[in-house]
Write a protein that binds this ligand. Sequence first.
Ligand SMILES: [Mn+2]
Length: 179
Amino acid sequence: MKLLVISDIHGSLYYARKIEEIYKKENPDKLILLGDLYYHGPRNPLPEEYNPSGVCQILNSLKENIIAIKGNCDAEVDEMISEFELQNSVEMNIDGKRFLFTHGHKNNIDNLPEEEIDVLVYGHFHTGFIKERNGVICVNAGSITFPKDNTKNSYLIIEKNNIILKDIEGNIIDSKEFI
Ligand SMILES: [Mn+2]
């Protein structure tokens, strides 16, 4: 199974179209969205082509294959316009490893979850990385729209026991094998 993981779109139609391109190129089985889909949020500037309903149209067109997590900028009304469910977090067994997908404002590398997991995957901080803490692989997908601290606009691929952090051109930034 191939997973494409994207976080923190924050209402940018420009980057939602990039997601469509990446989706076609990578051809994943599932697209996991880690939250902060539509609203730009009071801590961010307006993104390129701010158009929450346009972003929603693109995401709804991919709804069959979307697994979506709710971010701290995602409101009740966002759940109404989305034709897919927004969940608080999702646990998944991938190749025998326990993955927890979450937005990151509650659980992150500095606040590991109480559940026993092998890999924690989140966004929220807009800084893509792959690290390890207390035996847990901690992966931040970064933000497709608003990268911070000199990181790149990024996304993740999880496939064949590998977690790969890529920039939007598909160049590998970092990767980690999990066995
Ligand atoms: Mn957030």
